[in-house]
Design a protein around this ligand. Structure first.
Ligand code: KG4
Ligand code: ZN
Length: 365
């Protein structure tokens, strides 16, 4: 049985809930996906806006919203075609309502509202972070609860304990920049293309991470808080000391050293959270979890310490609509009356209890 699906709702809803359409437009990916009644993914389509934003070195909100408008209908139709379904087969729609860029969210939410109204089917608003967390079960439907979840994306670096009930408790998060932001800003300083994370990941494979080591910022060694803004400053000062020729010659080493400082901290903190909670299941989700060095380190240490790992396939690490559909599907299975007023919530936070234990307690344990 799917661990996200409560046992007592199984027979109740399967007859009603045939296919769920998920829609995601919180940042710079327009995505749509279709889930079957057993939670399996029938299709997942993503229209990327990389070419729109790359010349600006970052996401331009107004351009993102316009690109969502151009793409959304095609992406939804592609998702339906790939699933060999038509709009009339859909029994509910799940859409990201936040957090994200207001104009971008508005496109997805309004499109979903119009569709749900026209088809007379329920519309469920989904928290983007809950979507990322759920992506662990897209890759591995049997992944157990309770577990520790590390969300590492462009806007978030958050560690949670996810209980048997599915409720999340915040263990720690970043005090400043998110890990993805550190990748993106670092790549910009190194003159790499947008988006920065995949560019550093690729270049670092040709470099030596030990050639130019960067400091790893831990706050306190045993705490579960992160900090990445100092690392950016360290890169800036390192670059200032190199002339253009040296920079070009050392670019891969710089990328490898900088990446290593980010991913080592992520691994140390994730395993500190496992030690603190006494759990042995770890899910790592969000765009940065696509990073090849991070994945290799997690797999290696996970195997050494007998930890069950959920690392979604890369297409479910970065923004996608399958994860949004999964949360919507789960909400409907748990509570068929879950529908409520859906609206954009650009500043929406995760509803996790914050924090589950005091940091003092953690640092002295
Ligand atoms: O989850 P996501 O697609 O969107 C947000 O919700 O933010 O994450 C995007 C972030 C960006 O900062 C991007 O550079 C980073 O994930 N990212 C990566 C990799 N692929 C995407 N960072 C490091 N290595 C990668 N392979
Ligand atoms: Zn995301």
């Amino acid at each position: 049985m799917h661990p996200l699906r409560p046992a007592d709702s199984l027979t109740h809803e399967t007859g009603l809930l045939k296919f769920v359409l998920g829609i995601e437009s919180s940042c710079d990916e327009t995505a749509a996906a279709v889930l079957a009644h057993d939670g399996s993914v029938l299709s997942s389509m993503v229209a990327s806006q990389t070419t729109v934003h790359e010349k600006f070195g970052g996401v331009v909100p107004e351009l993102a919203a316009r690109a969502h408008i151009s793409h959304i209908n095609c992406v939804v139709m592609d998702a339906l075609n790939q699933a060999r379904l038509s709009l009339n087969d859909i029994s509910a729609i799940a859409v990201t309502e936040g957090p994200g860029l207001a104009g971008a969210l508005l496109v997805g939410v309004n499109y979903a509202k119009a569709l749900s109204y026209g088809l007379s089917i329920p519309l469920i608003g989904v928290n983007h972070l809950e979507g990322h967390i759920a992506s662990a079960w897209l890759g591995d439907p049997t992944f157990p609860l309770p577990c520790v979840v590390l969300v590492v994306s462009g806007g978030h670096t958050h560690l949670y304990r996810k209980d048997q009930t599915g409720e999340c408790f915040l263990l720690g998060c970043t005090r400043d920049d998110a890990a993805g932001e550190a990748f993106d800003k670092g790549a910009q300083m190194l003159g790499l293309e947008f988006p920065g994370g995949p560019a550093i990941d690729q270049l670092a494979r040709k470099g030596d991470a030990k050639a130019i080591p960067f400091p790893q910022f831990h706050q306190r060694k045993t705490s579960m808080e992160f900090s990445f803004s100092g690392l950016k400053t360290a890169l800036l000062y390192t670059l200032r000391k190199l002339d253009d020729g040296m920079r070009a010659a050392k670019l891969a080493d710089l990328a490898a050293g900088y990446q290593e400082a980010i991913v080592q901290v992520l691994v140390i903190k994730a395993f500190a959270a496992l030690a603190h909670t006494g759990l042995s299941a770890l899910a790592v989700v969000g765009g940065v979890s696509a990073n090849s060095r991070l994945r290799a380190l997690l797999v290696e240490r996970g195997a050494r310490e007998g930890v069950r790992l959920a690392l979604p396939p890369p297409e479910y690490c970065t923004d996608n609509a399958a994860m949004i559909a999964l949360v919507g599907w789960q909400k409907l299975m748990t509570d068929p009356q879950t529908e409520r007023q859906v609206d954009i919530r650009p500043l929406l936070q995760h509803s996790a209890v914050h924090p589950s234990v005091s940091y003092k307690e953690i640092t002295h344990s």
